[in-house]
Design a protein around this ligand. Structure first.
Ligand SMILES: NC(=O)c1ccc[n+]([C@@H]2O[C@H](COP(=O)([O-])OP(=O)(O)OC[C@H]3O[C@@H](n4cnc5c(N)ncnc54)[C@H](O)[C@@H]3O)[C@@H](O)[C@H]2O)c1
Length: 386
């Protein structure tokens, strides 16, 4: 994937870190410092900036990666995770930050991409000092980066961050649960896929195999059922299945059977990497379109879907409603405006399929191109009118 153009401001600190387990490498002398090739890593995908901050009093060790601020402040959650090495933490931050740039770009938001990671055990109860240290770190970037919740963090943690900086979103009592907006975006995305595939976006008489009856799956099922679609659903939690069966007239199946269900649409709304070597040949559908992040185990599974003539709605395009909801909180949008913006996923997906057809590439690559086109166009406008 070609990286987007970057903005003018770029500061990349030189960093070398002490390996945590030098003893594991017999050629490594104790105390010797080894390079992480940090600048090479930043250059590889044109990241603008990486910031590291260590606060000995709280034990805070945090990395903030800013991939791009071309479209606006870099937004991305804070992941709190016990990484096996500092290098793993850095790579995760860089990878996730870049993904946020693309997601915001195709969602048509004026946001760039960033991400932060805190290294440590996310079950710790000593959170205030840790997250306030993170808040200081975020504040030091003066709005170039805005944070939110992610794996291992909670709305309560965001409140601690808020004590130190305004550049945080997803606060208690603000935009709230993003799932209804995400589900609406996925529903509109499924309709766009139907339009592309069948010439009509009506879901009456169409069938959907729904994997995951959680927050998004539940709301999605209601929207699909109201549109006349027949749903087959699964979840590891029987209570969640029951609710969808009762409220959306769905038919339940076992968690592994969902891949074999003959249907128009397979909607993954549970886990990532569900399109993989074990499942791709089993699918008996014409469309894959759901909320889950990172649905393709590897890029090549996107090619395999293409070869099987299965229309794939790239995950980060169709599930952009969650980010749109966060953006709504940042800018004080009314809920209807967030929903309407999520509805635009319909047109975005049709554009992605058009690019795929014109350029002869799989849809997941076409989505990247759409994001890159928007970023390059806005970068050019900004250069022209300084
Ligand atoms: N919530 C959002 O706004 C949002 C936004 C963007 C992306 N997503 C992604 O969409 C997916 C669903 O999000 P959610 O908020 O509904 O999460 P959730 O945790 O509420 O629901 C996930 C459901 O999947 C079920 N599940 C787990 N393993 C399963 C398996 N092997 N087979 C079947 N079901 C299984 C869980 O029991 C749960 O009910 C996730 O991948 C999430 O990252 C969510």
């Amino acid at each position: 994937m070609k990286a987007p153009a970057k903005s003018s401001a770029s500061s990349s600190p030189a960093v070398s870190i002490r390996e945590p387990s030098a003893a594991a490498d017999p050629g490594h002398k104790p105390g010797e410092r080894r390079s992480l090739d940090l600048f090479a890593r930043l250059a590889e995908h044109e990241h603008e900036q990486v910031s590291l901050y260590y606060d000995p009093s709280s034990g805070y060790r945090g990395i903030i990666a800013i991939h791009s601020t071309v479209l606006g402040p870099a937004l991305g959650g804070t992941r709190f995770w016990n990484y096996s090495s500092e290098e793993d933490a850095l790579i995760d931050a860089l990878r996730l930050a870049r993904g946020m740039t693309y997601k915001a770009a195709v969602a048509g938001l004026n946001l760039g991409g960033g991400k932060s990671v805190i290294i440590g055990d996310n079950r710790t109860t000593r959170r205030e000092a840790l997250f306030r240290a993170h808040g200081r770190h975020v504040e030091s970037l003066k709005g170039r980066y805005v944070t939110a919740e992610d794996v291992g963090t909670s709305t309560g943690d965001m409140e601690f961050i808020k004590a130190e900086t305004d550049h945080v979103t997803g606060l208690i009592g603000k935009s709230g649960d993003p799932s209804p907006v995400t589900a609406y975006g996925v529903y509109r995305g499924i309709k766009a896929c139907a339009r592309y595939r069948y010439g009509s976006d009506s879901l009456a008489g169409k069938s959907v195999a729904l994997q995951g009856c959680g927050s998004v799956g539940y709301h999605l099922a209601r929207l699909l059922a109201a549109d006349g679609a027949a749903i087959t659903c699964t979840d590891i939690d029987p209570q969640r299945v029951k609710r969808v069966v009762e409220e959306s007239r769905a038919k339940p199946v076992g968690t592994d059977e969902i891949y074999d269900v003959p249907a128009n649409v397979f909607a993954p709304c549970a886990l990532g990497a569900v399109i993989n070597d074990q499942t791709v040949d089993r699918l008996r559908v014409e469309i894959v379109a759901g909320a889950a992040n990172n649905q393709l185990a590897e890029d090549r599974h996107g090619e395999l879907l293409e070869q099987r003539q299965i229309t794939y709605a790239p995950d980060y395009v169709i599930n952009g409603g969650g980010l749109i909801n966060v953006n709504a909180e940042l800018h004080g949008w009314a809920p209807e405006r967030a929903r309407s913006k999520a509805g635009e996923i319909y047109d975005t997906l049709l554009r992605v399929f058009e690019i795929a057809r014109e350029e002869g590439v799989p849809s997941y690559r076409a989505a990247d191109r759409l994001a890159e086109q928007r970023i390059a166009a806005i970068a050019k406008v900004r250069r022209n009118f300084v």
